[in-house]
Design a protein around this ligand. Sequence first.
Ligand code: SAH
Ligand code: SF4
Length: 358
Amino acid sequence: MPYLTAPEALDTLLPDQPRYRIDQFREWLYRHPVLTTDEMTNLPLRVRQSLADRLWPMQVEVEQSGDGGRTVKWLFRAPDGVAVEAVLMGYPRRTTLCISSQAGCAMGCTFCATGQFGFDRHLAAGEIVAQVAYANAHLRARPMPGSPARVGNVVFMGMGEPLANYDNVREGIRRMIEVMGMSARSITVSTVGITPGIDRLAAEPWPVTLALSLHAADDHLREQLVPIDRRYPVEDLIAAARRFRGSHGRRVTLEWTLMEGVNDSAEQARSLAAIAVELGAHVNVIPLNPTPLAPQRRPSAERTRRFVEEVARYGATCTLRDTRGTEIDAACGQLRARSDARSPERATPVPAPPGRHP
Ligand code: SAH
Ligand code: SF4
């Protein structure tokens, strides 16, 4: 399994090959990924054939595209049966890939489809980086109209909590930067707020971007949405984000999934703005993608606009995330929710929604 082997140890897969062949193979895997080993034209036919059906650690079970071909979503299935999602989004000057760090998630946020399904397992570093390689291979074969044919930005905003799978996420990021050649700043780790993980990430040599999923400015509200808030309260998160930013100019974004009548008040907007200004952080408002089991609703466009304006009025920079991919269930966990609904034998038992509901 080439991606499940460290890029520095590929000789163990091809023990009879000279060093330059191993280097060529590593280039194909990380620098110029291709969908099949057939396309690795400078490798001997025997080598290509021996690796043909084990190039990718997970198989594409569903591929959907939307937004006129500028959004592509994959559901990948691993041999042990777990499934994860990745979403590719093409913009005029950048191509962004949203990847998963775990199959499922143990955090149980009440508004999140992944959280409602519970935790299956951690992804290996190779399964994490293979999502990026696969997207690059796909773009090489089928570029998106008007967007760069290479993934320029990676966001850990698919399934799972990246800082709960720290070592594998770290190794995945290392390979993206050191082997694929991506810039650290173009990689965003989105976290529900595991403060020891934020401190570990701050101590790494790469200035990756941190996105903190805040969603509420006080613990009373936040613990109803994000159960782990009881362990890592808002004050601790802010302190950890401040430390993260303090270490050579790393960037922090505050994520705010907007829910009608829950966290869209003027008062929450003002408290959020105060936190953002103090941290020098950018605010990203994400209108809720309703999920079948969540009680929360998406606010109207008018209410959403008012919330964003209120945050900006108090001096914070604030953007509204576009609702890219809604037509293909591109929100975290939703494609799997559908696929499992179609094949109930594979569905994971749905736990009782954790936490109290607003
Ligand atoms: N576990 C990490 C990263 C994956 S979730 C985290 O929570 O940050 C990525 C982002 O999607 C988070 O900000 C999360 O709050 C948001 N999200 C989850 N479910 C959503 C939904 N139904 N609608 C809109 N955003 C959602
Ligand atoms: Fe897990 Fe993030 Fe979903 Fe919360 S929002 S359940 S941390 S994936």
